[in-house]
Design a protein around this ligand. Structure first.
Ligand code: AP5
Length: 246
């Protein structure tokens, strides 16, 4: 097996199928941070339902108008809207070797929908490329509550390139400015303490049952997310490579 490696992260440019990866974890666990690293390294797309929804809100689409207030409160957007959005995204050509779902599924109904959708995609593939829509590998990032609060209140992101910073843990070189493109960094609207509390409640009530859902199906891998980004990344990559034998 030939794997070419370059850059600090190590880009694995071979064209092997990676398959679907689900990143599961509470708000602030580091799903977006790790998803970007996986995407860059394995050459598969990051599908962040939060990012797609925020883009729709910014463009004031029909979906964005429906989602705006729900997201501002810290509640979950209805399953049918989110599943429809994911279905469209999975049809795109860049998902052919696999994809990373960041923030989806978030309810048992979404997880059941995803299993059915992947099964349909496998059936439609006639044996070719079926591995790209195999049952997902689910990586759960486990992080302690107070750490989550600090990560979320300290988060800043670049509206141009999407890079995520943290004023406590990963500050930019110049305060408030993106290292890559010089854009002023922004704070997410839902990163206020009041909304963070609601988001964490929604996670406990609606998303945590997925640990049992995927655990019972033997697909869950737990990673200690309470470590520096590079250490979490090393464990996450190991989990992906062990399952996929890349
Ligand atoms: P979404 O955008 O998915 O937000 P979330 O799940 O609340 O997760 P976050 O993006 O806040 O955190 P993260 O785990 O990605 O952490 P990050 O890497 O940024 O969803 C937003 C809203 O959209 C939801 O509330 C809901 O309304 C709606 N929505 C989305 N998907 C939906 C769905 N499927 N169904 C229904 N509704 C849906 O890191 C956080 C901070 O920590 C950063 O500053 C980062 O730099 C820092 N950090 C990361 N890793 C580390 C580390 N190891 N050590 C120190 N700092 C770290």
């Amino acid at each position: 097996m030939e794997v070419q490696t370059s850059s600090a992260v190590g880009v694995k440019t071979n064209q092997q199928v990676v398959g679907p990866i689900v990143l599961l974890g509470p708000p602030g666990a580091g799903k977006g941070t790790q998803a970007k690293l996986i995407a860059e390294t394995y050459g598969i797309p990051q599908i962040s339902t939060g990012d797609i929804l925020r883009d729709n809100v910014a463009r004031k689409t029909e979906l964005g108008v429906k989602a705006k207030e729900i997201m501002a409160r810290g509640d979950l957007v209805p399953d049918e809207l989110v599943c429809g959005m994911v279905a469209d995204r999975l049809m795109q050509a860049d998902c052919v070797r696999g994809f990373i779902l960041d923030g989806f599924p978030r309810t048992v109904r979404q997880a059941e929908w995803l299993d059915t959708q992947l099964e349909k995609m496998r059936a439609g593939k006639d044996g070719k490329g079926q591995q790209a829509c195999a049952p997902p590998v689910v990586i759960r990032l486990v992080v302690e509550y107070n750490q989550l609060l600090q990560r979320l209140t300290g988060r800043r992101s670049c509206p141009t390139c999407g890079l995520i910073y943290n004023v406590y843990y990963q500050p930019p070189k110049i305060q408030g400015i993106c290292d890559v493109d010089g854009t002023p960094l922004v704070t997410r609207r839902d990163d206020t303490e009041e909304v963070i509390t609601e988001r964490l409640k929604a996670y406990e009530q609606l998303t945590l049952p997925l640990v049992e859902y995927y655990g019972a199906r033997g697909r869950l891998i737990e990673v200690n997310g309470d470590q520096p980004v590079e250490a979490v990344m090393a464990q996450t990559f190991k989990a992906i490579e062990n399952v996929n034998r890349l």
